[in-house]
Design a protein around this ligand. Structure first.
Ligand code: NI
Ligand code: MN
Length: 226
């Protein structure tokens, strides 16, 4: 599958010709000024939790493209009330079969208040299974034992984890998360966007290399086949 990093926690992943966007925070990301949010082709928008730096561009992209918003019940309803009619609410432990593969909404340890103060439900992550491969997008989270449940049902090809520390796991915990979910390939997110989460890339890579786990730190806009 094709994976493009759009900065912060946002990725555009193409599976079976469908374009799946995660947590778009582009128009106010100083590191992503070269990404044209109004040019993105998107079929689905998966939203992990309600924080500003994950929902900012959802409405704008959904209304332009008609993309289906997939999130927890509270967040899906919040967007529905804003006039985004194509939403799919989920909750923890639930799996749904979409036309690109199946999505399971799983727990995260974080918070999830929406930008206007509305309750955003509990924060989550997504396990995506498809003919092109399986991956886990954890969303913002601490390291948690719940991650050990994922490999019981899904053999992952890679995981997308925050490594910026302060608001989420840092690299030391993210490498343990990789062991918990039994993957040897991690794509980094939630680092360098602002001061609290600036990291030393080499130090993070060394932490992963010491456990023989590959850490991919992409530049904003970079696209890879994975
Ligand atoms: Ni957050
Ligand atoms: Mn965040």
């Amino acid at each position: 599958m094709k994976l493009q990093f759009l900065g912060h926690a946002s990725f555009l992943i193409e599976i079976k010709g469908k374009k799946i966007l995660f947590d778009p925070f582009i128009t106010e990301n100083e590191k992503a000024t070269h990404i044209d949010v109004d040019a993105l082709e998107v079929d689905y928008i998966l939203v992990s939790h309600g924080h500003f730096d994950h929902v900012l561009d959802v409405e704008r992209i959904a209304k332009r493209t008609g993309a289906k918003i997939v999130s927890n019940f509270e967040i899906a309803t919040w967007f529905e009330n804003k006039g985004c009619k194509n939403v799919h609410p989920m909750n923890f432990g639930g799996t749904w079969e979409f036309d690109f593969g199946t999505v399971k909404y799983v727990a995260a340890v974080h918070s999830s208040t929406l930008p206007d103060g509305s309750v955003g439900g509990h924060p989550g992550g997504f396990v995506v299974s498809s003919e092109d491969g399986n991956f886990y997008y954890s969303g913002d989270t601490a390291l948690t034992f719940d991650m050990k449940l994922i490999p019981l049902s899904t053999k992952l090809d890679f995981a997308i984890f925050p490594i910026g520390d302060n608001f989420t796991m840092g690299a030391e915990d993210a490498v343990v998360a990789a062991e918990f979910v039994e993957t040897n390939r991690v794509v980094a997110m939630h680092f360098d966007t602002f001061g609290f989460i600036e990291i030393d890339h080499q130090k993070a890579k060394d932490i992963f290399n010491n456990k023989n786990i590959e850490l991919k730190i992409l530049s904003v806009g970079e696209e890879i086949n994975i």
